[in-house]
Design a protein around this ligand. Sequence first.
Ligand code: ADP
Length: 425
Amino acid sequence: MSLVLGCIADDYTGASDLANTLTRNGLRTVQTIGIPADDLKLPDVDAVVISLKSRSIEANAAVEKSRAADKWLRSRGALHVLFKICSTFDSTDKGNIGPVMDALRSEAGDNIVLVTPAFPETGRTVYQGNLFVGAAPLNESPLKHHPLNPMHDSNLVRVLARQSGTNIGLVDLGIVASGADVMRSHLDGLSENGFGAAIVDAVFAKDLETIGAVALDHRVSVGASGLGLGLARGLVASGRVKTANATSMADKPVGGAAACLVGSCSQATLQQIARAERTMPVLHLDAERVIADKNEAQRAIAWAKEHLGKGPLLIASSSTPDQVAQLQKRHGREAAGHAIEQAMADLAEALVDAGVRRLVVAGGETSGAVVDRLGIPGFLVRAEIAAGVPVLRAVGAAQGEMVLALKSGNFGGTDFFADALRLMP
Ligand code: ADP
């Protein structure tokens, strides 16, 4: 394995987003679910993204998991490690971005760490250290109401200083725009003055390229997929990675039966289900019965077995916002969501046992529950079905060759399910 770039992502969907960005920018990338077992055979790749669930856990636990991931990546030859955070800097004053950054920095022996959540193409920009979500400063965006990590301060120099043991400096847009050499000497100055990390402004995609090139002088950086883009382009431009098109590697068709499992209740998903009814058999689960007893899942499995030999099928728990609200009122939001996610995981397990090897899952949490249950250790990112939703080819799965697509919420066009299956032969 010719691993150059190691990434530690603090949640699963962020990890997929990053793996997709790296692949689209020329790196052969594998996404692993958790820290891979020592005997996992990985194909020849340029980047590994280790997916953790460490965004909202206790800071010490996040540090411990991230250190273990870092150790694994370094032992496989990673020269640079990106700690992938959310592009809205989701965290509290107790962490976890600062504590994990401090630990990785001390492990790597870096003087100063570059930090930026900017990703201009998705509306995340940083100016004078302030993060904007579209036109709104972070503290005026919907993130101020986030249930776990409400963001009340848009100034990331201040936010990170409250979490970290080191002084936090700023590399402003004027310096970034002056090019890599000016940025390097500014960082030297900050480091000489006792700053161990710096928030870096970025407003345009070209800023990310400058930042990526400079970050590669260091062993650790912290950022979102935008910084991943900068690092990938820097690695390709400098010749450290030689790959023409990371998704052009020929894949043998997987074959086997195909199924779609849908737990997302977003508006886009509801439209996509309606469209799928024209081309494949669709079973609508009764969410109330799914929560009340396991027989609803058994009924769905029996239905699926009847149809599997004839072509793709779709099973959905989804309902309209009114119905979802009523169900949540009766059972509680968390309990209802969890029970349905577990039923979806039961269904996924049974479908794979029955021969399904091409599986589309809609819903972020639903996808997490399914992937955990199937115990798939990792994925190679393949063709892009819709913006941000790639075909994933399982790596090291006990079930053998499999392809999956994991779609969260509002992603994908109206024909998403048919589009996905077309790209998953
Ligand atoms: P999205 O990506 O659209 O947010 P998720 O899978 O992350 O989708 O979240 C959807 C949540 O809604 C899951 O917890 C799922 O179990 C739950 N859910 C699915 N169907 C229903 C339903 N009919 N009523 C209430 N909750 C549901």
